[in-house]
Design a protein around this ligand. Sequence first.
Ligand code: BG6
Length: 492
Amino acid sequence: MTEPCTYVIFGATGNLSRVKLMPALYHLEAAGKLPAGTRILALGRRRWDREHCVEEVREWLKEKVRGSLDDAIFDRFARRVDYFQGDLKDPKMYTDLGRRLDDSSEFPPNIAYYMAISPSEFNGVVDRLGDARLFDEGPGWKRVVIEKPFGYDLESAQSLQRSIGRHLREDQIYRIDHYLGKGTVQNVLVFRFANTMMEPLWNRNYIDHIQITHSETLGVGSRAAFYDGTGAMRDMIQSHLLQLLTLVTMEPPVSMAAEDLRDEKVKVLKSVRPISPKAVHAHAFRAQYREGRIGNDRVAGYLQEENVPPDSVTETYAALKLYIDNWRWRDVPIYLRTGKRMARQQSLISICFRHPPQQFFRGTQVERIKQNWVLLGIQPCECLRMEMTVKEPGLEMRTRQTSLDASLRDEDGADTDAYEGLLLDVIDGDRSLFLRYDEVEQAWRVVDPILRSWSTNRDFIHTYQAGTWGPEESRRLFDTEEHHWRHSLDPD
Ligand code: BG6
């Protein structure tokens, strides 16, 4: 049985803690997965005491838990929660915190520090924790969970790594990318490596191109202070989408052990063809939403959102074309795309296969046979679909598309959130679904030339109406006229 630990949550009164961490910990409590004695120390600047904190958490959970809040489970959960008030910038806060944590009758000495704070604060907080000797191990392990983005670009990621590396060993650092905790994302590995059927086809000989799309209907909401300095390329592509890309394209690992898996992911990222400054226009596209409609509601444009500077050219939509220069993938275009305020909330990996080498059915009703697609739905529908061409019944030679459909979970069936598994992995010391530093560094190397070029070209950005699939001009990324964005699981 896993030993108990203390989760110290920095930024516990913030958005991530409200929306993801506390609900995930509550669901783990409900499922009986939290080791007995595990405690949660919420740390924030607000002048709350324990009782106040528990009441706040109760309100957050009411909105976020699946089903309704169960009083008995909440009471059990609340007994684990405590509050510590302090200013992250104040070195004395860390010595006080150390004293509080020292009482092992209250707090288990295995400690996971969760950085649910702004990325610009990671460095300082880790430094002060280190200076106050709060990472000293024995008794108990000490681990740090760091949210994305790890750094702001290649250089800042390197400097953050150097700085936290002074206090922490790599095996104490858990760089989280919650996408890796999603069920279907892990299913990509199962689909590829537990079935012999696909592997022989999974290469440039049979695959025409790959698309990875994450679209959201939500806008930037109240997060402009973070988002305006970040943009879609850093927020989604550098992290989540490149991670999906590695799982879809990596070689079979030696084993599913954390280091073996991560070795293969790094190899893919290293093989991504670098984008030269001159090629940025052909490989990357950015845009920003203007006002429009989501369902029946009129929604504001990005520039009208709270805290967005009126002349901002931050992208809320980004698309990118990559090539992986290795034997398996050379010259297969891989299109990544993400956007806020788009037509639909969806994450989808679409693999398009090549045309058959000969068009056998010329001179019949079958003009041109459609390409096969394999679709891996990540959310909201968790599914796996293979599209094929079949003959329609009847005397004439007509064909239609049909699909072999493995629904893993339908739209409203979600019964765990990515954070639940990942929070448990931290307690268990399983780092396979967390990012190793070299992965993060390589991912920055992929997007850095684009970010640099965009930061110097600040006069113009394409716009798209909220509630649509983004500007038509993004088609300029396509290798051939025949390519088009695959928007959904429905037949093309
Ligand atoms: C976060 C991004 O990492 O992922 C958000 O910062 C984005 O901007 C979110 O909305 C998407 O995650 P999910 O799990 O809702 O698809």
